[in-house]
Design a protein around this ligand. Sequence first.
Ligand code: SAM
Length: 222
Amino acid sequence: MRKEKTDTNAEPFITEVNRECYDKLGKLYKDGKRDLDIIVKIGAWKDFLDNLSGKSILNVGCGAGDASRLLLDSGYEVINTDLSPKMLTIAKEKCPEAKNLVLGATELDKLNERFDGIIAIHLIQHLNRKMATDFFRQTYDHLNKNGVFMLVFTNTCFEKNGYQLEGGAVEGNMIWWNKWKLEEVASLIGKYNFKPIKFYQQKYVEKSCGYMEPFVLMCKKA
Ligand SMILES: C[S@@+](CC[C@H](N)C(=O)[O-])C[C@H]1O[C@@H](n2cnc3c(N)ncnc32)[C@H](O)[C@@H]1O
């Protein structure tokens, strides 16, 4: 029998592995709070809020919902989305007044609304190039004019691309990870009519996943 050649780096495989990975982690995933502390510490969070011209925010790959909690506490309206039903349940507990939807980053077209701000914190490490291209297009389409996009990512957490052990509290948990080059990300976003606001450069690397200065790209829909 002829074997089908299957591209395991295609979206269905990647999403399945990462969904399972975060479903297994659930409450054990604690990096979100520490990552958010860094974003606040370097001033990126304040810059994001200062550039918003309205209250509606979409958080893509919201994880445990720490960033959304902060937004809700400051009077913003939030929609949380995540691929993992388990992470979304946790986000829902933390953000009961938000709308919480199980939705992949490449499925934003299912939403019938536009937002004043969209954030994606440590999400694109889980997207291949094709998925990221789709995600950036949909992000652009779902922002209001002057809407702000804050993209946070790092390339220091894992030493290689692709499928590997996540190495956290769950034994044998596999993850799919993309070590993005900054120029690659900038060129994909650059296809859309975004005006740059500010860029934060990753400064140092620590072994531990979670305590690392991120890259932050912040831009506005022209
Ligand atoms: C590293 S965690 C970051 C979570 C959160 N943004 C934070 O900063 O705490 C990555 C999150 O992205 C979600 N995720 C992975 N692939 C995704 C995809 N294709 N679409 C939407 N969410 C995804 C995971 O389920 C996980 O909750």
